[in-house]
Design a protein around this ligand. Structure first.
Ligand code: PEP
Length: 255
């Protein structure tokens, strides 16, 4: 059985004092939620202080991006060993905001993914179509292209360190959520594609998260879908009062 994951993407929010406070609240309020994998992904600058807070808890530290080179003249970038030295275990890759504002492509997602895996880290690989692509009936085609690109040269064994997040771009930060049926349809499609390429065992073990305006009010019906194995949460993860109930819902559904 796949363990549910609830991951919080803090994006460019929270200075160090705010980050410490939020991490502490999440840690304290989720001690009983041992059947859910909880990940928080602060900004790079807050990783160390959040790591200090999370020590001894089961909340896992993640980062929002990573560069593929080990070191060198790459101003503004951050390497795997730097993230590992801050206690990071998961890295979000290919978030639509990285694709939209920072020129991320399927090819660069693949380079980052290879570096994540070579360095013993785990990846949350984001895919998702825009509204225009969905309305043109191209959602599946776009997602196929994104996974083919991201997973080029990646073998089945690597999937134990990979989580996929389906995040329709039109649902991120917009308050518009994919209906449970829309989300389930794409999740089932993604699992099918992974099965065709990597086999049934890899596909059935792969966790596929949904992301896009997940909040306490819609978490239950989304997470009840058979191919939804958790959520990548943006806006609602910035307050313990809205993040923790999503984790609790995942816990109840896993019991
Ligand atoms: C995200 O940024 O990954 C996300 C899903 O954001 P939100 O929950 O705010 O839509």
């Amino acid at each position: 059985m796949r363990k549910m994951m609830i991951a919080g993407n803090w994006k460019m929010h929270n200075d160090n004092a705010q980050a410490q406070q939020l991490a502490n609240q999440i840690k304290i309020k989720t001690t009983a939620e041992t059947n859910v994998e909880i990940v928080v992904c602060p900004t790079f600058t807050a990783l160390s202080v959040v790591n200090d807070i999370l020590k001894g808890s089961h909340v896992i530290l993640g980062a929002q991006n990573m560069f593929w080179e080990a070191q060198g003249a790459y101003t503004g970038e951050i390497s795997a060993s730097m993230l590992k030295s801050c206690g990071v275990r998961y890295v979000i890759l290919g978030h639509s905001e990285r694709r939209q504002y920072f020129g991320e492509t399927d090819e660069t997602v693949n380079k980052r993914l290879r570096a994540v895996l070579e360095n013993g880290l785990k990846a949350i690989v984001c895919v998702g179509e825009t509204l225009e692509e969905r309305e043109a009936g191209r959602a599946r085609e776009v997602i196929d292209r994104q996974i083919n690109g991201a997973f080029a040269g990646i073998d089945a064994a690597a999937f134990s360190a990979i989580v996929v997040a389906y995040e329709p771009v039109w649902a991120i930060g917009t308050g518009k959520t994919a209906s449970p049926e829309q989300a389930q349809e794409i999740h089932a499609h993604l699992r099918q594609r992974i099965e065709e390429r990597y086999g049934a065992d890899t596909a059935s073990a792969l966790r596929i998260l949904y992301g896009g305006s997940v909040k306490p009010a819609n978490a239950r019906e989304l997470l009840s879908q058979p191919d939804l194995d958790g959520a990548l949460v943006g806006g609602a993860c910035l307050k313990a009062e809205t993040f923790v109930p999503i984790i609790q819902t995942a816990g109840e559904l896993s019991a």
